[in-house]
Design a protein around this ligand. Structure first.
Ligand SMILES: Cc1cc2nc3c(=O)[nH]c(=O)nc-3n(C[C@H](O)[C@H](O)[C@H](O)COP(=O)(O)OP(=O)(O)OC[C@H]3O[C@@H](n4cnc5c(N)ncnc54)[C@H](O)[C@@H]3O)c2cc1C
Length: 349
């Protein structure tokens, strides 16, 4: 349904609660409506913003000078009648509409005994955004379970379906992120196993919380509960009353650097290409920006150095100025350039 723009502010649809008005707003509840809206905007040469839950977005104070289409399509179908070789492994194919709530899908998977999404509990947003930056947490990434992604290709003006191996998945990236705005995700299909124990736990902190070792397994409900507890302790589960969660999650990605560029004492995870992944949170903290840093209307979360938060009534410009201060401070201290994880709309760092 289309609404006059003045009525809709992006701040009311982003977890940072930032962003000015949209010129035009369409809430697309069917796939037909979504594709028709996108196609019409493209044919008219009008700017278009595809919006899910607004949990990975920083939108300019001026708002958006075009159509914002909110992806609100619903529907989950599960097919356990997979080909014989999959059926005997207890596989289930689960297709979810792009507008489905992500954590709702994870909760459903845990309830049904579909293994592979449980460590991704509590991540805000909608299903359609998860392949864009290959959402991940606590040792799981969606790329490990996505079978295919069905999209609307805005350049070719046709539907295109990509098998997982063609999605270009990497750490917080994909072909969809590499070509920003080209593909509108319509549906994501996951290939999950059926069992009561979750996937082997691949994250030491989660393993400790579950009383097991990395590589150990635990009942899926326990994994979900432990992840939600750990996340809540870091302000990484949305809570209207807690300003530490008025964020876009991690504001910077973990940098990949040459081995000799890792500061002494910083976490170092060697990568297959010879580089080393280090911790953005460690760099920020050791460059002098501790938890809760900041005295104005924006600041670091008091629970997690990587989350930049709106303490109430902030503006996007204030947030960006603060992000620059942190980025520049880390560069000055360590010569490492932090890169923002959220998508910036109509603004820049
Ligand atoms: C408290 C908090 C914790 C978080 N924790 C994590 C975490 O642990 N791991 C992690 O990876 N991320 C995390 N995030 C980031 C965010 O939740 C994810 O990136 C999420 O997948 C974004 O979904 P969304 O629907 O809100 O996307 P939006 O913010 O609405 O959009 C993000 C980008 O995706 C595009 N997009 C959205 N839907 C579609 C679609 N259907 N087709 C094409 N493009 C689309 C938008 O245009 C935009 O460019 C966290 C965020 C918050 C606020």
């Amino acid at each position: 349904m289309s609404e006059p723009a003045a009525a809709v502010r992006l701040a009311d649809h982003t977890t940072l609660r930032l962003g000015g008005p949209a010129r035009r707003w369409v809430r697309a509840t069917t796939e037909r409506e979504l594709v028709d809206t996108v196609r019409a905007a493209d044919e008219a040469g009008e700017p278009l913003l595809v919006l899910g839950g607004g949990s990975n977005l920083v939108v300019a104070d001026d708002g958006f000078p075009g159509t914002v289409v909110e992806v609100a399509t619903r529907g989950v179908t599960a097919d356990a009648d997979s080909p014989d070789d999959l059926a005997c492994l207890g596989a289930v194919t689960v297709a979810a509409a792009a507008g489905e709530d992500w954590d709702g899908l994870v909760a459903l998977a845990v309830e049904k005994g579909w293994v592979g999404l449980e460590a991704l509990s509590g991540i805000p947003g909608r299903v359609g955004a998860t392949p864009i930056q290959n959402v991940g947490a606590y040792g799981q990434e969606v790329s490990q379970t996505i079978a295919r992604v069905r999209t609307w290709d805005r350049r070719e003006r046709t539907q295109r379906t990509f098998a997982a191996q063609d999605c270009g998945f990497g750490y917080r990236t994909s072909r969809f992120k590499a070509e920003p705005g080209r593909y509108v995700v319509l549906e994501v299909t996951f290939l999950l196993r059926q069992a009561t124990l979750g996937a082997p736990v691949a994250y030491a902190e989660l393993a400790r919380a579950l009383g097991t070792e990395p590589g150990g397994r635990a009942p899926m409900t326990d994994v979900r509960d432990a992840v939600l507890r750990l996340r809540a302790g870091k302000g990484m589960v949305l809570d209207t009353d807690d300003h530490d969660t008025w964020s876009a999650g991690s504001f910077f990605t973990n940098p990949f650097v040459e081995p000799d560029a890792v500061p002494e004492g910083a976490p170092a995870y060697p990568q297959p290409d010879g580089r080393v992944k280090t911790s953005a949170a460690w760099l920020i903290e050791h460059a002098g920006f501790g938890k809760g840093y900041g005295t104005g209307r924006v600041g670091l979360s008091t629970k997690h150095t990587l989350a930049l938060t709106n303490r109430g009534d902030a503006t996007t410009e204030e947030l960006l100025a603060f992000a620059r201060e942190v980025r520049d401070g880390v560069r000055a201290a360590y010569g490492i350039e932090l890169v923002n994880e959220p998508v910036l709309v109509g603004c820049a760092l």
